[in-house]
Design a protein around this ligand. Sequence first.
Ligand code: NDP
Length: 322
Amino acid sequence: MQAIQIERTGGPEVLQLIETDPPQPAAGHVLVKLEACGINFIDTYHRSGLYPVELPAILGLEGAGRVEAVGTSVTHFKPGDRVAYPSIPSSYAQYNAIPEDRLVKVPDNVSLELAAASMLQGLTGHALTHSTYPVSTDSQVLIHAAAGGAGQLLVQLCKMKGARVIGTVSTEAKAEIARQAGADDIIFYNDEDFVAEARRLTDGIGVDVIYDSVGKTTFLPGLDALRRCGTMVLFGNASGAPEPINPALLMQKGSLFLTRPILFDYIATNEQLLKRSQDLFSWLQNDEISIRIDQQFPLAEAATAHRLLEGRQTAGKLLLIP
Ligand code: NDP
């Protein structure tokens, strides 16, 4: 099979197209023939070494396809089933072997591309808006990179819960995409002081919660855009990892709450994975949310996709079609 492997960490140039044997499904594992692989920012961290992985490594965590074969003791899946998953390494490939309890069935009227495009960012949106900080009709929410893959999902889910959403973006084109997702107000955080704007838009009070996937450039100033006892949900580092802070700063800025969540802790059990996936697929089936697939690439063009993602040239999901 073909796959995208790294032998060393570095820029997009370290991504290599290789020929290798497909994995065999061990006991309790399901061999999936992938029809679409999701690209996520975390893949660039694995590639660059920001989040270390054992080398050599086939990159990628997310995919959707059809069951090719099952290992012994697999009970819930059979060959031909349409399936998807958000969090198993070695996914930039034509085949991947997935533990049965990490796999979900895809409803008939959800395409496999859409399933691959929605799992990681959609389940993240679910976890962050339903569990990390349960958003409500009373919430005033600031979402950074609101036209990004995770950002668009968060905007839609916060609007579904009736919140008021302020989104930050870098360009007018991205502002339009964030508005289409439902953002009530847009701040151009490259050109405007987003803290002053967020406070102005909330009558000087500050927002209840910030969903910050940008990190280094937004995290520290963001503490000043929160209301008293507000919550900072720092969930990514698109601009780099923020500097450490002294916990006393949270007191000085108004008894703030700070959390640094990662999806995998919110889908740690099969029950959690299935419950959140059921909600996600039901929202997709009922057109309550939509996923913007920005671009699709053949496996061999994974490096191009990484360059675009890291270069802020994308607005939505990137897929590899193996
Ligand atoms: P996005 O589609 O959001 O792409 C990143 C966006 O961040 C860019 O398009 C850009 O939007 C903005 N950005 C701001 N500054 C920079 C910069 N210096 N370099 C690059 N981009 C910048 O990517 P994802 O939705 O895949 O992921 C976003 C972040 O969220 C990543 O850090 C990812 O790891 C994290 N994440 C974390 C999860 C978790 O479980 N904790 C789950 C999913 C994602 P603009 O041009 O508008 O500024």
